[in-house]
Design a protein around this ligand. Structure first.
Ligand SMILES: Cc1cc2nc3c(=O)[nH]c(=O)nc-3n(C[C@H](O)[C@H](O)[C@H](O)COP(=O)(O)OP(=O)(O)OC[C@H]3O[C@@H](n4cnc5c(N)ncnc54)[C@H](O)[C@@H]3O)c2cc1C
Length: 385
């Protein structure tokens, strides 16, 4: 398929593929097994300017958009989704700053993120607040010189490893959806510590950790946007980041498809390679169709975002839901094509299947996003009447 990438996008994509093949492939099983954060690979990505992709040029970035970021995430995820999400989470943690940050905040934080010296993270989820973000309990009370944060965030990607955190906290409990605000919080701030590091089914190279705030004083100038904008900003950030999960899912599915084709070509049963069996051919063809359809939708939504479109909630949710469901189906089929070997850790597809599951859950569970899409459809219908 011809996707009409710019020269920069072609370069970024091929560089990301090279890093994935040369640096990630040899260690992915070990990273998964040891649940080890991939600092060595983060350094390789930084040295190749991959963290500059999603940062504007005036802050030492390459000025790429959502599609550029998706291309890197897809290529990394084709080999290891745990590494890909550690990279992508830094973009997620930067999005609020990029869109709503002051000039001073951008000058202060973005060059460090662009260089890859500092990872970022985004912290919304809490034990009481998953799909229902408005149920967060972390508070940010006004104090002399700023706000004092108290509360615990849960399941935060890059938790403990990132230097810069975008944290959503309640500045006014009584104001409901208008009662939250966003803060930039640096690792090492007194009163900010890390709790449980989760042991996960998949994406095990990534860090998923609790953030704990105990009387943590944050200066006023670290608020992103205005007081009360926390949830609006969160929705906007997630709308922009969901194609990245779509790209993660596409990469995963592509990797699983390639592994299944390779295996089916060399596995001989009943005197012939199993790829000569119509049932296997049908499976592979369906997998390929689904992967390409997920890729087309993900790229199209990323391009819509890059075009400066104002509202893309529905499209962004569609890309994430569709691609993640494809990743789950395709990786499961890949395991089936490899038969018993597919179930073994000697082959990559069991890891890909474990890694795929999370794409249906985070950044909005697919059930919730289907409701979001339906709500947009309802609104559109009402506008037509
Ligand atoms: C590995 C990992 C990394 C993560 N990284 C981050 C991160 O970096 N930052 C961050 O803030 N969060 C992060 N999260 C949190 C993630 O976004 C949430 O787990 C996700 O939004 C779902 O919330 P929950 O787990 O509380 O599930 P729940 O909200 O408890 O949902 C449980 C089930 O109920 C269903 N459900 C709930 N409400 C509805 C509804 N209204 N309609 C239909 N179905 C519904 C869900 O679809 C799901 O199947 C991460 C989670 C994981 C597992």
């Amino acid at each position: 398929m011809e996707y009409f990438f710019s020269e920069q996008q072609k370069t970024i994509k091929s560089l990301a593929r090279r890093i994935a093949e040369e640096k990630i492939l040899p260690v992915r099983a070990e990273l998964d097994e040891k649940e080890e954060f991939p600092w060595g690979i983060m350094k390789d990505l930084a040295d190749s300017d991959m963290f500059r992709v999603f940062v504007p040029e005036e802050y030492e970035g390459l000025g790429g958009g959502c599609l550029d970021l998706c291309l890197v995430v897809e290529e990394l995820s084709r080999v290891c989704s745990g590494v890909a999400i550690s990279y992508a989470a830094s973009a997620l943690g930067s999005l609020a700053l990029l869109e709503y940050g002051t000039e001073e905040q951008k000058q202060r934080y973005l060059p460090g993120i662009a260089s890859g010296r500092k990872l970022a993270a985004f912290a919304l989820t809490e034990p009481t607040a998953g799909s229902d973000a408005t149920a967060i309990r972390t508070t940010a009370e006004r104090a002399s010189g700023g706000y004092v944060l108290n509360g615990t965030k849960q399941f935060i990607t890059n938790g403990g490893e990132a230097e810069i955190y975008t944290v959503i906290a309640l500045t006014d409990k009584a104001r409901g959806a208008r009662g939250a605000s966003a803060f930039l919080i640096e690792k090492g701030t007194p009163g900010f510590s890390f709790g449980k590091r989760e042991k996960k089914m998949g994406i095990r190279a990534s860090s998923t950790r609790e953030l704990i705030f105990r009387n943590c004083l944050i200066p006023e100038e670290n608020m992103i946007g205005r007081e009360g904008m926390g949830f609006i900003l969160t929705m906007r950030v997630l709308d922009q980041s969901r194609p990245g999960i779509g790209a993660q899912a596409v990469g995963l599915a592509q990797g699983a498809l390639e592994a299944a084709v390779d295996y089916a070509r060399q596995r001989v049963q009943f005197g012939h390679p199993i790829i000569s069996l119509p049932v296997v051919q049908n499976k592979l063809a369906d997998m390929a169709i689904q992967v390409e359809a997920a890729r087309v939708l993900t790229y199209a939504v990323a391009r819509t975002i890059d075009s400066g479109a104002k509202n893309f909630t529905e499209e962004s949710a569609m890309a994430k839901v569709f691609a993640s469901d494809v990743a789950m189906k395709v990786t499961t089929e890949a395991v089936q094509i490899l038969g018993g070997a597919g179930y073994m850790r000697d082959y990559p597809v069991e890891k890909m299947m474990r890694d795929a599951k999370i794409t249906q859950i985070y950044e909005g569970a697919n059930e919730v996003l289907r409701s979001t899409i339906a709500a947009e459809l309802r609104k559109r219908k009402a506008r037509r009447e």
